[in-house]
Design a binder for this molecule. Structure first.
Ligand code: ZN
Ligand code: ZN
Ligand code: ZN
Length: 150
């Protein structure tokens, strides 16, 4: 029973993180912290790292904090929540940074309907170079229309 609750919390956290990623992207990254996200839309330097990577660090700190709350017996659900945030961050990195933006030359040939759909949606996001009027802020879950046709 506890295992089931543990798995349920893990899955709920993972799904909730898609919502968090969407909301952070729409209201924070394209909002008051645009200065950190801007170099992801038009790179103004030669470094492999982007100021935008600060958002990964932020969620890594949140994840580690949850893990520590569990480790020191402060909050038992800290473990599934912390691992859920970590798993989402990993999925986001693999899909967004590796598959879509090719920061590592991997997964280039992925061309199933799901991979094509999320890539198409994110390319639409990148059509906008500025802070305002953006669209497609989600990552793993995008509007159905992007999965249709080729
Ligand atoms: Zn953006
Ligand atoms: Zn991007
Ligand atoms: Zn944008």
């Amino acid at each position: 029973m506890t295992t089931l609750i543990w798995i349920a919390i893990f899955l709920a956290t993972f799904c909730f993180m898609e919502f968090m990623a969407w909301a952070t992207h729409k209201y924070v990254m394209h909002g008051f912290l645009w200065s950190l996200h801007e170099d992801h839309h038009h790179k103004d330097h030669d470094s492999w790292f982007e100021r935008n990577d600060a958002f990964f660090i932020f969620y890594a700190v949140v994840s580690i904090t949850c893990f520590l709350l569990w480790k020191y017996d402060i909050f038992w659900a800290g473990l599934p929540i912390g691992i859920g945030i970590f798993a989402y961050g990993l999925a986001y990195f693999i899909v967004h940074d590796i598959f879509i933006h090719q920061r590592f030359k991997l997964l280039r040939k992925a061309d199933n309907w799901y991979a094509k759909g999320i890539r198409r949606a994110h390319k639409i996001h990148h059509k906008h170079l500025g802070k305002g009027n953006g669209e497609c802020f989600g990552m793993l879950w995008v509007p159905m229309k992007y999965f249709k046709r080729n």
